[in-house]
Design a protein around this ligand. Structure first.
Ligand code: G3I
Length: 309
């Protein structure tokens, strides 16, 4: 094992009590060929978590960007798609429930089903049923059947403050609840830029309206990216720290916000530099040598202050 890997585990165990597989539970990884499931990568994470007493969040069961190509085959009928999705959801949940009882207490059932303008995103599963939200409803029903005690979450990006996408998420969830669909919470991803992020007060307002529907919220994928020129400038790191502080504060002050996850914790392992081809990075509270940044201290200060209240 790489030394960095050992360090990763050491820091993970020192600072966290919940882990989320970053991509190892995606449909395209666990179900790359029809009817053929392979949970090897996710199992490794679960074994590690179980051994060390960490909780695992299942991420995710339905996501347009996490699908294998075979699911897109137009020759698959809508009835077959329904069977495929039900089997995928229930086989996945049951696999982990049987192997590691109580380890996964919450599942991100549907991820990013809504576009920026509030319309439903095109997904191969839209063909199931007569309305674009039919597969979403069924996904929650099937997940609940497979594990009635799991917290079932709808997770979305850039729907943290008040905007057309978060309004659509709110309306969707309201409708689902009115139809007695078993959904318990909303995940607010919070992948933000240092120069573009929703005001924490708005995030709280959004959390409050979801709370009023009876839903819990969770910050699922927090990171605050910096432009290349600012990776190590004092001013940018301080601003990053204050942004982290604002969001941690919003969650800890809102009773229905249950937990906060960052999308990684060290700049050594982060999706950001890859995805933005090096133009953005340094998004996490530990740098690429595991040294705490100002964001680490502001998060710790905020958590300590708010837990003492
Ligand atoms: O680790 C493998 C490596 O072994 C392999 O050789 C290489 C070649 O394909 O791929 C590596 O895996 C990549 C993995 O990231 C780790 O870096 C995958 O190809 C790549 O697709 C994967 O990207 C992930 C992405 O979702 C798509 O699944 C990112 O890690 C992950 O951070 C990102 O996470 C998403 C959330 O699921 C949803 N919200 C947004 C968030 C960020 O885009």
């Amino acid at each position: 094992m790489e030394p960095s890997e050992l360090q990763f585990r050491k820091y993970l165990l020192k600072h966290f009590n919940l882990v989320t597989p970053e991509y190892e539970m995606n449909f395209r990884i666990t179900h790359a060929r029809e009817g053929n499931y392979d949970f090897t990568a996710a199992d490794e994470i679960c074994r590690f978590a179980k051994k060390h007493g960490l909780e695992v969040r299942g991420h995710n069961l339905v996501w347009h960007a996490g699908l294998p190509t075979w699911v897109n085959d137009p020759k698959i009928t809508s009835e077959q798609l329904r069977i495929i999705l039900k089997d995928h959801i229930q086989t996945t949940i049951r696999h982990f429930k049987v192997r590691y009882p109580s380890l996964i207490r919450s599942w991100i059932v549907v991820n990013e089903a809504i576009e920026e303008d509030g319309s439903f995103r095109k997904s191969p599963f839209t063909r199931i049923g007569n309305s674009p939200d039919e597969y979403i409803k069924l996904a929650f029903v099937w997940a609940h059947e497979a594990d009635p005690s799991a917290i079932l979450i709808y997770n979305e990006k850039h729907a943290e403050g008040i905007n057309p996408r978060s309004n659509a998420v709110y309306e969707l969830l309201k409708k689902l609840l009115s139809e007695k669909i078993p959904v318990n919470g909303v995940g607010l991803q919070l992948h933000v830029r240092i120069d573009e992020f929703p005001p924490p007060a708005e995030v709280m307002e959004n959390m409050k309206r979801l709370d009023n529907l009876g839903l819990q919220t969770t910050i699922t994928e927090l990171d605050v990216r910096l432009p290349k020129k600012d990776f190590a400038t004092r001013q940018a790191l301080e601003k990053q720290a204050s942004i982290y502080e604002g969001f941690v504060n919003s969650c800890t002050k809102q009773k229905s916000c249950k937990d906060i996850s960052m999308w990684g914790f060290t700049d050594l392992h982060s999706w950001v530099p890859n995805y933005f081809k090096g133009d953005w990075g340094a998004a996490l509270p530990f740098d690429d040598r595991y040294r705490p940044k100002p964001a680490y201290y502001s998060i710790m200060k905020t958590l300590t202050k708010n837990s003492a209240r």
